[in-house]
Design a protein around this ligand. Structure first.
Ligand code: LAG
Ligand code: CA
Length: 474
């Protein structure tokens, strides 16, 4: 019930990491709506720690102080304006919900929304939460109250994650307060939630909290009776007792093994054939929220791993384009900012502010923003994924550094590692002349009566080829 997005067939979420609400509203209107994105995952909108002594790092937003919508990305009025303007162009908002914990121990002072707090006293008057709203010490088996042993389920869920004060999800009051926060943003018109650190929460507690949420707001264009869309951050790479399967009753789960397999596959195309590996415990397609990289692992946080990021340039383009062409999971793509160290916050004029996103005349981003979602081949493959939704992979071809496949009789995709490829392949498509999407129709492709076509790629930067039925250019 919680795993369905309501996007009129649109298939891709973009994480506009650390963007301000004003910039997201503008991006929905000028780019995401016209290019048919399903939704934006926004950075946590609640009041958070201001870690000035650490230079206002990105991770201060994973330390909640209250559920007031007053964050580095903007205030409540700006949040509302963003939700309304994005909804108006068919782009939904997904809130990053940090509800496993509040700030780290040792922290006290005033949050981004002006609320006072004192973590050592477990005092968060902006909610309010007090001592009894945190996991009782005797439920955490580790000697220092911290998580060390990931083979111990009680420790992972009842102890403190990197020193963060652990909310007691078993308490009716905590469940009430968290669901009030969720219902507040549901009333404002959001579609759903990415839940942070779900691995550190009991599935039963999540079920109780989600059970208290309202249906989506019909005034925002959602169908009557629609339940919020939930995906849970569960870092499961195999080898631990907590698995993604534990969370299937509360929505989709983040599938970290997908990004690993994409990285391995781009390195060695012969490994691209079995991206979904059920034997490894990966979530089935209809339970997976998949991505090539996320805001944690692109900078070595959250366990890091073998992954591709924007820093890999063309290989990243190949990884994301292949993922978008594939039929596995519900896809999220990353939109980043450049950084020199793994704590660094977004582009800023100082004092913990966030700079505006700069859009250059050629449509790329400036001002320190990477905007992978605006990379030509990636944007075009977002359109392809919408066009071929519901079809499966057929006519698989892989030889050396070249791979190609069709999506039913709706689309055909190919990519090559080194920018040059010419081969006649079976496309599975009806005969006709097709517009090649990556070239914006500069290349026209003829599919013969027997479904074959000459597939040519001559592009060093974006060695990708895609055609689909009914795909003009946009
Ligand atoms: C996650 N998964 O469940 C993310 O993978 C992980 O990256 C998040 O930590 C974590 N949940 C909490 O939401 C991020 C940073 C941490 C940061 C934490 C809290 O990766 O580095 O910890 O957010 O801001 C920071 C300091 C720690 C310190 C802690 C508490 O880096 O050294 O112990 O704050 O003060
Ligand atoms: Ca916990």
């Amino acid at each position: 019930a919680y795993d369905t997005p309501y996007c009129d067939g649109r298939q891709t979420i973009v994480h506009l990491f650390e963007w301000k609400w004003t910039d997201i509203a503008a991006e929905c209107e000028r780019f995401l709506g016209p290019n048919e994105f399903c939704a934006v995952q926004v950075s946590p909108p609640m009041e958070h720690l201001l870690a000035s002594s650490s230079g206002y790092p990105w991770w201060q937003r994973y330390q909640p102080i209250s559920y007031k919508l007053e964050s580095r990305s903007g205030n409540e009025a700006e949040f509302i304006d963003m939700v309304n303007r994005c909804n108006a162009v068919g782009v939904r908002i997904i809130v990053d919900a940090v509800v496993n914990h509040m700030t780290g121990i040792g922290q006290s002072g005033t949050g981004s929304g002006g609320s006072s707090f004192n973590a050592d006293n477990r005092d968060f008057p902006g909610v309010p939460y007090g001592y009894n709203d945190f996991t009782p010490r005797d439920q955490c088996p580790s000697s220092d109250g911290q998580i060390h042993d990931y083979s111990n389920v009680n420790e992972v869920r009842n102890c403190m994650l990197v020193g963060l004060t652990d909310l007691y999800g078993g308490s009716d009051y905590v469940r009430q307060k968290v669901s009030e926060y969720f219902n507040h943003v549901i009333d404002l018109g959001v579609m759903g939630f990415r839940v942070d650190a779900s691995k550190h929460m009991w599935p039963g507690d999540l079920e109780a909290i989600q059970g208290l949420t309202k249906d989506l707001n019909t005034d925002a264009g959602f169908p009557a009776g629609a339940r919020p869309f939930f995906y849970h951050e569960v870092i499961d790479q195999g080898g631990e007792p907590i698995t993604v399967q534990d969370y299937f009753s509360v929505g989709r789960t983040t599938e970290f093994r997908f990004g690993k397999k994409i990285a391995w596959g781009v390195n060695d195309f012969s490994q691209l054939g079995n991206i979904y590996d059920a034997g490894w415990g990966m979530a089935p397609s209809d339970k997976a929220l998949n991505f090539v990289d996320n805001h944690d692992n692109q900078r070595g946080h959250g366990g890091g791993g073998d992954i591709l990021t924007f820093q890999n340039g063309k290989d990243y383009t190949l990884g994301v384009c292949f993922s978008l062409a594939h039929d596995y999971g519900f896809m999220r793509i990353m939109s980043s900012y450049y950084f020199d160290n793994s704590d660094q916050g977004p582009p800023s004029g100082g004092g913990g502010s966030t700079s505006d996103v700069v859009i250059n005349d050629d449509g790329t981003c400036g001002g320190g923003w990477v905007c992978e979602h605006r990379w030509n081949a990636i944007t075009q493959m977002v359109r392809f994924r919408n066009a071929v939704a519901g079809t499966s992979i057929e006519n698989w071809y892989q030889e050396g550094d070249n791979v190609a496949f069709s999506r039913g009789n709706k689309g055909f995709f190919a990519m090559t590692k080194y920018g040059s490829f010419d081969k006649t392949l079976q496309t599975g498509l009806p005969a006709g002349t097709y517009c090649e999407l990556i070239s914006h129709c500069a290349n026209q492709v003829t599919v013969n009566a027997d479904g074959t076509a000459m597939v040519s790629i001559h592009n060093e930067q974006e060695p990708v080829f895609a055609i689909c039925v009914g795909c003009g250019d946009g």
